[in-house]
Design a protein around this ligand. Structure first.
Ligand SMILES: O=C(O)C(=O)C[C@]1(C(=O)O)C=C[C@@H](O)C=C1
Length: 113
């Protein structure tokens, strides 16, 4: 079970409760920023989990190919990945796709090949 604490929010809400009316706008902006920060952190954690999962699956696919006597790498599939990333994200998408493909080849730090 994951326990999430919202201490920064609670502290901010207490501050808003106690604030004079003319300070409310800037306090509410700070609250928006805290909420956005929390969402960004949450998205980053999801991205990391997805990258880990992708590495695991692509390594398994590579090992299966080797087990079947095929090359570990399939350039055709890699080009398809890069084209899809480019279509969605442009040139930086290609860089991101290459990074993901490379992580699949090298494995994650501390986990061996
Ligand atoms: O699509 C596959 O078959 C994969 O193994 C995945 C993947 C990738 O990272 O996208 C990994 C290695 C291959 O060379 C091609 C593509």
């Amino acid at each position: 079970m994951t326990i999430t604490t919202h201490a920064p929010f609670e502290a901010k809400i207490d501050e808003i409760d106690a604030a004079p009316i003319d300070a409310l706008e800037s306090l509410s902006d700070e609250l928006d920023q805290l909420m956005m920060r929390e969402e960004i952190d949450h998205l980053d954690a999801q991205i990391v989990a997805l990258v880990r999962r992708r590495v695991e699956i692509t390594r398994r696919a590579g090992l299966a190919r080797v087990g079947a006597g095929l090359p570990e790498v399939t350039r055709h599939a890699e080009m398809g990945v890069l084209r899809r990333f480019e279509a969605q994200l442009g040139r930086d998408g290609v860089s991101l796709g290459m990074l993901l493909i490379r992580l699949g080849r090298t494995g994650l730090p501390g986990r061996g090949k």
